[in-house]
Design a binder for this molecule. Structure first.
Ligand code: ASP
Length: 410
């Protein structure tokens, strides 16, 4: 029998997990007690590699760019793509929510109380990106701070020339070792995906999802439209890259993001997908770890839809000025959102607060957040890879032969 590729195995595991979850709907305790631990085990394995992987690959990526000018150019292009697509995502979310009347027909349950949460402030998010102690940033796994430190270290290694070579070689070996470890851990991905998705389906059966079906529908529709319009369009226009090929090669990472709801956890597999598209290592090592932390189009879109929904169910009309404020805060909030499950819901507080919407509204979303998280995370990581392909093409470094052979063999 022909050996199945890893991505096919992951897909089969996802489908089996969903079916198992449907059967276990009456017994979520069984799913949580006996199946979920295997998923958690797998997630822990992934988490284990994320910090050293992001750090080492960003240093390698930065030094690999060769000179400061190129870092500036690629960094500038990357950030421009990330910010513009994110702002577009919020606008798309707001338009869909307006047009489809996302909050209509929903009455607020009386017990919609929300636990007090600490509200993140925009200023704190921005100030917090410079680590005062980089070792602490690594220990705490504070991704934004790790990124800043890694890029500064990479730039400095380059600036000292020969004197930096041994350190560069050392960090390079660390990165290689982390890639190897990733590949080994990925062999367990199908089991991990099965064990992660089963309890989610068992727990979030139709009774939880149905009342807020419209929100789910609008977020999913927005996510699909964003991927089809923005990523396909920009890939075609800026990289002359076939969207069909792109979506075929990115599918393992998408399924993985969908099940884990974590951009950080998906980073290792996403790097492999970018490689299969012909993105050179020094570009993907720079663009993807950065994107896994700062680029969250799906999260921004979701925040736009949810803000509008909450306004509507509380009978508040959002003015155009308020909606523009939402675009700005959601774009910034998505930068500060960590690539872990549920982080977007916490950052939604910031968006609601910026236009004075009731924070109690979060309680409505919280029940279905996991299901929304799966879709938005999928979009988040897809945007990172689309950017990597576009940057590689714009630098004339995209290896188009690799793509052809990979698509043929998938
Ligand atoms: N789970 C998302 C991610 O990792 C973040 C979010 O909650 O929106 O990309």
């Amino acid at each position: 029998m022909k050996k199945l590729s890893l991505s096919t195995k992951i897909l089969i595991a996802l489908i089996c997990g969903i079916i198992a979850g449907i059967f276990l709907q009456g017994a979520p305790d069984f799913a949580n007690g006996y199946i979920k631990p295997f998923g958690t085990l797998f997630l822990n394995l992934i988490k284990l590699i994320v910090v050293p992987l992001v750090f080492a690959s960003l240093v390698v990526g930065t030094t690999g760019l060769g000179d400061i000018k190129k870092i500036g150019r690629i960094g500038g292009k990357t950030l421009a793509y990330y910010l513009l697509t994110t702002a577009f995502a919020v606008i798309l979310g707001l338009i869909l929510a307006n047009v489809l009347n996302v909050g209509s027909g929903y009455t607020i349950p009386v017990d919609a109380a929300v636990e007090a949460r600490e509200i993140p402030k925009i200023a704190d998010t921005l100030l917090g990106i410079i680590p005062t102690n980089p070792v602490k940033a690594l220990v705490d796994g504070n991704m934004l701070q790790i990124i800043v430190f890694a890029i500064m270290l990479g730039g400095s290694i380059m600036a000292i020339g020969e004197k930096g070579e041994s350190l560069e070689r050392g960090i390079n070996s660390l990165a290689e070792a982390m890639y190897k470890m990733t590949a080994a851990i990925m062999q367990f991905a199908p089991y991990g995906v099965f064990a992660l998705i089963t309890p989610v389906v068992a727990e979030n059966g139709p009774s939880v999802l149905l009342p807020l079906f419209k929100v789910i529908f609008v977020v999913y529709l927005g996510c699909i439209l964003h991927m089809v319009l923005v990523y396909s369009g920009t890939l075609r226009i800026f990289a002359n890259f076939s969207p069909i090929k792109f979506f075929k090669l990115i599918s393992p990472a998408q399924i993985f993001a969908f099940t884990t709801a974590s951009s950080s956890a998906t980073l290792p597999i996403n790097m492999k997908c970018a490689e299969s598209m012909g993105v050179p290592n020094h570009i993907s090592s720079f663009v993807l770890p950065l994107g896994a932390t700062v680029n969250m189009d799906g999260t921004a879109l979701y925040q736009g839809v949810c803000a509008f929904f909450i306004a509507q169910v509380y009978g508040l009309d959002l003015t155009i000025a308020q909606q523009i404020t939402i675009v700005l805060t959601a774009t910034l909030a998505s930068i500060g959102t960590a690539g872990v499950p549920g982080a977007g819901l916490i950052m939604l507080t910031m968006v609601l607060q910026s236009v004075g919407l009731p924070l109690e509204g979060l309680a409505l979303i919280a029940g279905i957040d996991r299901v929304l998280d799966m879709a938005r995370t999928c979009v988040n990581i897809t945007g990172d890879t689309a950017c990597a392909v576009i940057i590689a093409a714009s630098e004339k470094e995209l290896d188009r032969n690799v793509t052809t052979s990979n698509t043929a063999s998938m």
